[in-house]
Design a protein around this ligand. Structure first.
Ligand SMILES: Cc1ncc(COP(=O)(O)O)c(C=O)c1O
Length: 443
């Protein structure tokens, strides 16, 4: 997920619960009983001691710890699961993105269109490769890049679009691909939060020239660290493979020279331990994704009529979402002016882990820092690196509102709970609304 510290359920007033002297309608944040008295959301990550631990011990005892057959199997199965011809496992999602851009030759002198509502790695990969990120504002209802705003940002320097299926909800890939085709742009999908999400039955990550995934610890498909690149393009995947293994020859790259290193590369290989954990997690992923999707749809139906709460809206033709986070918009006008921070504190006290989500990425100092770096200064003109002009042109007013006032996230493991857990979350929100006036100035 990468941002937004979750306010956990641990702040529940246990004393009030133990003595049970307060009215159930008193907010937990004011000493009342929380709606969710004994929060027991499935903890994360989940593993099966018998089978998963056995696999890990088998790897250890084999003495084969570096990339080998299990990694090959993991790649084969991940490609099959997402419906892609090829998959390459790499050390993390960040480097899946870095490598994909590099091997598609997206870099110095290029502009890449990206959403500001994402984790930093979706943008740092552009800067790592020497290109300029151009921010396209979001549609706050979907939390995704706004396809209506993409074309106005295209210039003669635009080389690629980097759509991010943020929070596990697909962005409008059908529109994005048609814009990309029209303007002859490459597309690298950041599907680092969107394992098995689909549009019209087609998995995200398989629409563009490359799709990137993350398997970091908090992710719905957790390995601890890990990532993957998927694509149907053999030549590109061969280059990625070479690159992830010091530039050693592989597939089509091997044909270029009889012996020796064929290209500049680095080392991004995963271990057999990671592959073993990944294979075990993959077995559960489909079922867990369906459960999250069902619970999210149910929770949405429960809260959508609460004035002041607007749950996420899906982009057209979404047939499944991954729900790395369950997002909704909070409007304080529906809650007697209670600020989002006050609402989040009250919700956490009722037993619901929650967060306000991302800060504004397009205003963070790392951008200016990259522009000021020796390499950027050498390659680009003063005018191109005029940061005041850049920040003016990259203003994203909808994102500003979303980050600072509207967004509320509930983490994915909560969506592995029961229907009655979902009822409790809705009840907690309603309880805060009913008491908003009383607590406005006191939380
Ligand atoms: C949208 C997005 N992109 C990229 C990444 C980077 O993945 P990793 O943490 O595996 O490097 C993350 C991880 O948090 C992410 O959420």
């Amino acid at each position: 997920m990468g941002a937004g510290t979750f306010v956990g359920a641990s702040s529940i007033n246990n004393k009030a619960y133990a003595t049970n002297i307060l009215s159930p309608s008193t907010l937990a944040v004011r000493g009342g009983n929380p709606v969710i008295l004994r929060p027991d959301w499935p903890s994360w990550p989940i593993w099966k001691p018998k089978t998963d631990e056995k696999k890990l011990i088998e790897v250890m005892r084999s003495g084969i710890w570096s990339r080998n057959k299990l990694t090959d199997e993991f790649e084969r199965k991940w490609a099959e699961l997402v419906g892609s011809k090829r998959c390459l496992a790499v050390v993390n999602g960040t480097n899946a993105l870095n490598a994909s851009l590099a091997q598609l030759e997206i870099g110095w002198g290029d502009e890449v269109l990206v959403t500001p509502y994402t984790f930093i790695a979706s943008v740092s990969c552009i800067l790592f490769n020497g290109a300029i990120p151009v921010f396209v504002d979001i549609d706050p209802e979907t939390f995704q890049i706004n396809p209506d705003k993409i074309e106005e940002k295209i210039t003669s320097r635009t080389k690629a679009i980097l759509p991010v299926h943020i929070l596990g909800l697909p962005c409008d890939m059908e529109r994005i691909m048609s814009i990309a085709r029209k303007h002859n742009l490459l597309v690298v999908e950041d599907a680092c939060q969107a394992w098995l999400a689909e549009i019209n039955g087609k998995k995200v990550g398989t629409f563009g020239d490359a799709g990137c995934f993350s398997f970091q610890n908090s992710k719905n498909m957790p390995i601890g660290e890990g990532g993957a690149i998927v694509s149907d393009n053999d030549a590109f995947m061969d280059r990625c493979y070479s690159y992830h293994n010091y530039g050693n020859p592989y597939g089509a790259t091997a044909g270029q020279i009889s012996a020796g290193t064929v290209m500049i590369g680095t080392k991004l290989r995963i271990t057999e331990y990671q592959a073993a954990i990944g294979l075990a997690q993959m077995k559960r992923l489909k079922e867990q994704t369906t459960l999250r999707d069902e619970n999210a749809t149910y929770l949405k139906s429960l809260i959508q009529n609460i004035e002041g709460i607007t749950p996420y809206k899906l982009t057209p033709n979404v047939t499944k979402s991954a729900f790395h986070l369950f997002p909704f918009l909070y409007n304080k006008e529906g809650f007697s002016g209670l600020s989002r921070d006050q609402f989040l504190k009250a919700l956490a006290a009722e037993g619901v882990p929650c967060s306000g989500g991302y800060a504004e990425l397009n205003k963070m100092p790392f951008l200016k820092n990259a522009f000021n770096s020796k390499y950027y200064q050498k390659f680009y003109s003063k005018q191109e690196l005029d940061y005041d002009r850049y920040s003016e042109e990259n203003k994203c007013p909808a994102n500003e509102k979303l980050c600072n006032e509207w967004a509320v996230w509930i983490p994915q493991n909560v969506l592995l709970g029961s229907k009655s857990d979902m009822n409790n979350i809705a009840n907690a929100i309603q309880k805060i609304k009913d008491n908003a006036e009383k607590i406005k100035n006191k939380v």
